[in-house]
Design a protein around this ligand. Sequence first.
Ligand SMILES: Nc1ncnc2c1ncn2[C@@H]1O[C@H](COP(=O)(O)OP(=O)(O)O)[C@@H](O)[C@H]1O
Ligand SMILES: [Mg+2]
Length: 226
Amino acid sequence: MVRFEDVWLKYRNTARAGAPAKDVLRAISFEIPDGGFRWLTGPSGAGKTSLLKLIYLAEHPASGLIEILGTRAANISRREAALLRRRIGVVYQDFRLLPQLSAYDNVALPMRLARRGEAQIAADVTEILRWVGLEDRLHARPDELSGGAQQRIAIARAVVGRPKLLVADEPTGNLDDEQAERLMLLITALNRLGTTVVVATHNMALVERYPAPKLRIEDGKLVQNG
Ligand SMILES: Nc1ncnc2c1ncn2[C@@H]1O[C@H](COP(=O)(O)OP(=O)(O)O)[C@@H](O)[C@H]1O
Ligand SMILES: [Mg+2]
């Protein structure tokens, strides 16, 4: 389960020292049950990425309660946070691939961190890269690939460990319609196997094709839940 109760987020390090910190998210409360799927929508600058960062523990709220996969996020140790993070797959808006690693090694990374065996890694990484249509680019580095291909590697890396929670930030931004459709098949298959999913998107056509409850934020406030 993902639970937010009256969560506020401020960014401290704003441009001018001493400038008042801006409330980026205000009084956010919602719950996503285990195995649930939510679209996260709202205009650019509304706070979607900020909300996702709170979910994958990259930011801390100014106040409020956050519970992720049954664990309260406040005051957990670094080790607990690291273990929790391993159960969360994240597709970053800007991909965050490691430039010196091949497509294969980028996708293998979370499995290696989780100390899976290389035979299992080879099977799973090859399978997921085949699914996203990159089986012939296993050895390419990110800078040798198109933006769409990089995004598909980022998606493959996020799902390869079958996370309990998948958080995807505009995952179709660089994909054509057919690739976006394929991505949604992958995400809905994972969701059916029990992964809780949150997808931030601008792609309203996609939202309409895959009806699911929406979390909509505008100017830092949750204006729709359901
Ligand atoms: N690291 C940061 N420091 C200060 N302000 C930020 C930071 N990240 C985002 N913001 C501001 O927070 C607001 C919400 O941003 P963001 O969560 O990226 O929105 P969205 O993903 O919906 O486009 C924007 O006004 C943005 O400029
Ligand atoms: Mg964003």
